[in-house]
Design a protein around this ligand. Sequence first.
Ligand SMILES: Nc1ncnc2c1ncn2[C@@H]1O[C@H](COP(=O)(O)OP(=O)(O)OP(=O)(O)O)[C@@H](O)[C@H]1O
Length: 232
Amino acid sequence: MSIITVENLSKSYGSQLILNNVNFEIHEKGIIALIGPNGSGKTTLINSLLNLTKIDKGTITILGSSHDNIEIFNKVSLLKDYTVLYPYLSGWDHLSFAANAYKLDKERVDYVINRLNIQSFIHKKTKTYSLGMKQILLIALAILNDSQLMILDEPLNGLDPSRIIEIRELLIALAKEGKTIFLSSHTLLEVEVMTKHVLFLKEGKLYEEWLDKEPNYSLEERYREIFLMNAQ
Ligand SMILES: Nc1ncnc2c1ncn2[C@@H]1O[C@H](COP(=O)(O)OP(=O)(O)OP(=O)(O)O)[C@@H](O)[C@H]1O
């Protein structure tokens, strides 16, 4: 079954065309990375996938349902920026609240806290968290529901090197367990360790690549070819 199908997707903000007739399909388990410079439209594409922004044209199907079917949030996890966190609630409050909404038991919350090794700050209010601590909490919220599809907007943002390694290994393990993880990232070296399946977004167009087509073909090399050499 197709996990994500996007057909003829276009989206503008005012006169600025952000997504120009984008088409792609994701069938497989594993990690798929969305790459593009600042302002290229990655967040707009992610928001479009889950109907968080109104698209101008096109159809989007997520796990067999139209993207405007609210039920898809039972099967899809989303990580966006930390503005969704409540400053006067603790990380534990957030996880418990989400666990209640998903009808998960307390053991699942404890499992996620242990898996991410966040016991030391999980009972503190999020207003006291650093950027990296907020990011780890968002990752905890994203994995809590054990969803088949995870859509993660810059999951490595703000993490220190040891946390990057931990989260990268966690995402690779989840992909091996059978999840599909669609993530955006600016960290080419990390993306390269995680996946060969990359979608580049340039000037509203999407270019799909499998980096293992040619041996020794690096993601940075490909990025340079697409975004730097042909820069107008
Ligand atoms: N709500 C909005 N109203 C108007 N313009 C917007 C809105 N949201 C995004 N844009 C514009 O759309 C373009 C794409 O933004 P988007 O956030 O999707 O890019 P991005 O690739 O995620 O960038 P970054 O890598 O910096 O996070 C930018 O020019 C941005 O200014």
